[in-house]
Design a protein around this ligand. Structure first.
Ligand code: PRX
Length: 653
């Protein structure tokens, strides 16, 4: 850290909002008191942002751990995101400035265009036999049709399950089977890192194990050759584009499932997190409005996440579209066409609100100031961060180098399970501290508690919990209601356990400290240690594996795997096997789950009851002094692993 920065951190720990911003901000200081006076009533008020076919008279019904919100109201999510804006005379407003990865490959999609596209896709899905209550898998690149596919499902009451396009066939297949999807929407491929990457072959491979899928809808994006299964596969341009652009929407109960999103937990099987319609839309629209300080007439929002993660769902699709926002959507990688690609996009489209992840910020820091400096970024007025703890150095770089020291930075904490933002400094109200998510959003109650569930005082650390139900709260885990109760609601009495550590500083402001369970956060992607271990032992050479997350300057955390080989492989060349194992992970889970380092060890440290002591392995991976080893069967194992670790230095790409 530079000494200037250190001084800055010590002297100016708070960054006050510019007066002009504060005066015009959507959120004014009274918002906290108004929400605190009666949070349920406040959310009911916020639900008025939506257009209801039947206004709800009920608000919250709470039967721990299951909540319903606005249960007797009826609405259609796609009408809220599209039709009503066109009906209000905003049909010509741009919904998406879409930027493809290849240069000059752009599309402009107005709300009127979006309505026509969603209507056609809704008809096509109906033709394919999709009915209300069915599930549809979406495995797409970052193209407008991905958004259209989601909204078309919502329009006909089918729940979508978007699977990140980086997932391998096995991972896709597991998710399609778990949710019992009837139809898959995909593309021939997409552009990543300057080349066309294929998607359809992965779908074909995945579907070999999914007999329940009767139809596949394929967008032509790259023009690659694709194999077609007669009767099952249809081109989007054949089936969708011949449909009527008018579609009569139905209205659904507020609790109608809107989507399932798979996320990693502490077990090998990912969990299908379910979200509802009315409560979810209320919270994502409200948080987008206040935390992003949206001025829909003039703002151009850019959320850099992929549509395959919850951030894409809540802050590219449902929140911004419900609010009638104009957005930039970019298909590719940050350095496609040059390391200044993002800043060219900001300049060209005059982006005003940029919402991204700390990993991206740290990558830009590494590349250097000259890339943003070559462009006019003066259109920016608000910056946001999500997905992992942001280190103060990255926060300050973002604030100064990208935001020109004039844009508030919001550090927003939330999860797939929470559906929408839960903690963030509201821009324009309070001064922000680099690295702190500060406090709960209005109408949300969080606490930091100790092992026994007691609130900790200022200056102390503990576990982050949520103490009251919230509108976008997950409605449970698909097919496994007990697991929902057990995972989130059993660690502490009467509180939702998020899995994150947190501290309260001397002023009472909250800082997130990262996961306290066996979930790793790699570049903002949530990956379970067990899932990677499971994949490793699935390789014919591996007897046993233990995986931990270790700090990484760019990706936040990186995966370190300790592997014990089967006897007959013990003599094999390390490098060759390491490459094989990393490829095996890429093929069974995703390239994002490839370990940074694999250490072969004849033994793993275990307790007397046979449990692998991951805590010790974490210490080894972090090169920390080792903690208590008294319960270990053979304390020498850890020292030996430490030596091996140093012998085989990082196998970074
Ligand atoms: O550990 C927290 C971290 O990301 C986890 C949630 O991951 P996921 O469900 O994939 O959702 C990511 C996008 C909302 C959390 O349990 N996390 C997310 N945002 C922050 C964060 N950690 C610290 N600060 C944040 N702002």
């Amino acid at each position: 850290m530079s000494s200037d920065l250190e001084a800055l951190l010590h002297e100016t720990r708070r960054f006050a909002p510019p007066a002009a911003f504060a005066a015009a901000a959507n959120a004014q200081p009274s918002i906290y008191d108004e929400a605190a006076a009666d949070p349920v009533a406040w959310w009911r008020q916020q639900a008025r942002r939506l257009t209801w076919d039947v206004e709800p008279t009920e608000t919250l019904s709470w039967n721990r751990p299951f909540a319903t919100w606005f249960a007797d109201g009826r609405l259609n999510a796609s009408v809220n995101c599209v039709d009503r804006h066109v009906a209000n005379g905003l049909g010509d407003r741009v919904a998406f400035h879409w930027v493809g990865e290849p240069e000059d490959d752009t599309r402009t999609i107005t709300y009127r265009d979006l309505l026509a596209m969603v209507s056609q896709a809704a008809h096509a899905l109906t033709d394919m036999g999709v009915r209300r209550g069915d599930r549809v898998a979406i495995y797409m690149p970052m193209i407008p049709e991905a958004v259209v596919a989601m909204l078309a499902c919502a329009r006909i009451g089918a729940a979508h399950s978007v699977v990140f396009g980086g997932f391998a066939a096995d991972a896709l297949s597991d998710r399609i089977r778990d949710a019992d999807c009837r139809v898959v929407i995909t593309a021939d491929g997409g552009y990543r890192r300057g080349a066309a990457a294929a998607l359809k072959p992965t779908v074909d491979e995945a579907l070999a194990d999914c007999p329940g899928v009767t139809g596949v809808l394929v967008v032509r994006r790259t023009g690659q050759d694709v194999a077609f299964v007669e009767g099952r596969d249809h081109w989007w341009h054949d089936l969708v584009e011949r449909q009527s652009t008018e579609h009569q929407p139905e209205s659904f109960p507020a609790e109608q499932p809107l989507y399932i999103m798979y996320t990693s937990g502490t077990t090998a099987r990912p969990k299908g997190i379910m979200h509802s319609t009315g409560g979810y839309l209320t919270q994502v629209a409200t948080t987008h409005w206040y935390a992003h300080d949206l001025k829909p007439e003039t703002d151009v929002c850019w959320t850099s996440a992929d549509i395959g993660w919850v951030t894409g769902h809540s802050y590219i699709v449902y929140g911004p579209l419900a609010n009638g926002a104009t957005q930039v959507m970019y298909e590719g990688t940050p350095d496609a066409g040059g390391r200044d690609r993002w800043w060219r996009i900001v300049e060209e489209y005059k982006v005003t609100i940029l919402y991204t992840a700390p990993t991206a910020i740290r990558t830009f820091m590494k590349w250097g100031k000259e890339f943003p400096a070559a462009h006019d970024l003066s259109s920016l007025r608000l910056l946001g961060s999500v997905g992992e703890p942001i280190n103060p150095e990255a926060w300050i770089w973002f604030y100064e180098t990208i935001g020109g020291s004039r844009c508030p930075v919001i550090d927003t904490w939330w999860q797939t399970e929470t559906g929408g933002m839960m903690m963030t400094p509201l821009p324009g109200i309070a001064a922000a501290k680099p690295g702190a998510a500060m406090r709960a959003f209005p109408g949300i109650s969080v606490d930091v508690v100790d092992h026994d569930g007691h609130s900790v005082g200022n200056g102390q650390g503990g576990f982050l919990v949520i103490t009251q139900p919230w509108p976008a709260m997950t409605r449970g885990i698909w097919g496994d209601p007990e697991r929902f109760a057990e995972t989130y609601w059993s660690r502490f009495e009467n509180a939702y356990f998020a899995g994150d550590g947190a501290k309260r500083d001397e002023d009472g402001d909250i800082w997130l400290l990262g996961r306290v369970d066996d979930v790793m956060n790699i570049s903002g992607h949530r990956i379970s240690t067990t899932e990677v271990e499971h994949a490793l032992v699935g390789h014919h050479s591996v007897a046993e594996a233990a995986v931990v997350g270790a700090s990484d300057e760019t990706t936040g955390q990186a995966i370190v795997a300790f592997v014990t080989l089967k006897q007959e492989f013990a003599e094999q060349s390390d490098d060759e096997l390491i490459t094989q194992l990393r490829e095996h992970i890429a093929r069974t889970i995703s390239p994002i789950a490839k370990p940074r380092q694999i250490v072969f060890t004849p033994d793993l440290p275990k307790t007397r009851s046979g449990k692998i002591m991951r805590r010790l392995l974490r210490d080894v991976a972090e090169h920390r002094a080792l903690g208590d080893v008294t319960t270990l069967t053979d304390p020498n194992v850890v020292n030996m692993i430490g030596d091996l670790m140093n012998a085989h230095q990082s196998d970074d790409e």
